[in-house]
Design a protein around this ligand. Structure first.
Ligand code: NAP
Length: 247
């Protein structure tokens, strides 16, 4: 088991939803958190305050991870502030759902940029620091949609499936080092992203989930803690946290 106290983690999109829960669950283990957000500083500062309230260490960095200069600045801020980097959680993501016939080039590119290209942008400057850690972890938050596809989600499914191939290939390249690379594929989790789905459609989705409920952000956060703490011999995998919706 890896002792997580005093490890340093960057969580992209850590200000709300799944990223906020990942940040909290890691912080409860004593991990120092660099909490990234893009547009809503008030939510990021609220999360930082919540972590500091129970004695944890965290600070927020505004950066658009689809922009390589911003992503490099994020990694630099983490290393300058805490002196090292052990865990990179690539969680930031967006949807711009539309059937393919109506899908604009802008929405195609935006979703690929934020969900997939961002991972290149953050991992490139972070990698050397992770290799210097005595147990580096890269965790990419993919999605059940990258595995099963989703109606009106060609852009999102392409990005999330891309993350899975990326995870396996990077895991192979880093397997001889001390860095593991894994993906988590959440099913439908109760966050703003899912609240944007019309109620009737969401009811239909929940009816199809074998466990008959949405997942919670905390359940994804605990998956991240598991991979960080007990995952030394787990690499290149997809951890499916989806209530049995995709097996
Ligand atoms: P969410 O509630 O919409 O939160 C998205 C987070 O990402 C926010 O912190 C947001 O920051 C940040 N973000 C968005 N664009 C960014 C950018 N360009 N640069 C940096 N940060 C950015 O989303 P969520 O539901 O928690 O989803 C988190 C991840 O899980 C995503 O990758 C999503 O695709 C994946 N996922 C979600 C579900 C689900 O059911 N919710 C299922 C499977 C996978 P601001 O608040 O500053 O905008």
């Amino acid at each position: 088991m890896t002792e997580l106290k005093n490890k340093v983690a960057i969580v992209t999109g850590g200000s709300r939803g799944i990223g906020a829960a990942i940040s909290l669950e890691l912080a409860k283990q004593g991990v120092k958190i660099v909490l990234n957000y893009v547009s809503r500083p008030e939510l990021a500062e609220k999360m930082v305050a919540e972590i500091q309230e129970f004695g944890g260490e965290a600070f927020a960095v505004q950066a658009d991870v689809s922009n390589s200069d911003d992503a490099a600045r994020l990694v630099q801020a983490a290393v300058e502030h805490f002196g090292k980097l052990d865990i990179l959680v690539n969680n930031a993501g967006i949807t711009r759902d539309s059937t393919f016939k109506k899908l604009s080039e802008e929405d195609w590119r935006k979703v690929i940029d934020v969900n997939l290209n961002s991972v290149f942008n953050t991992t490139s400057p972070a990698l050397q620091h992770l290799l210097e850690s005595d147990g580096g972890r890269i965790i990419n938050i993919s999605s059940i949609i990258g595995q099963a596809g989703g109606f009106g989600q060609t852009n999102y499914a392409a990005a999330k499936a891309g993350l899975i191939g990326y995870t396996k290939s990077l895991a192979l390249e880093l397997a001889k080092s001390n860095v593991t690379v894994n993906a988590i594929c959440p099913g439908f989790i109760g966050t703003e992203m899912v609240q944007a789905i019309p109620e009737k459609v969401l009811d239909g989705i929940v009816a199809k989930i074998p466990q008959k409920r949405l997942g919670t952000p905390q359940e994804i956060g605990r998956g991240v803690v598991f991979l960080c703490k007990d995952g030394a011999y787990i690499t290149g995998q997809q951890l499916n946290i989806n209530g049995g919706l995709y097996m």
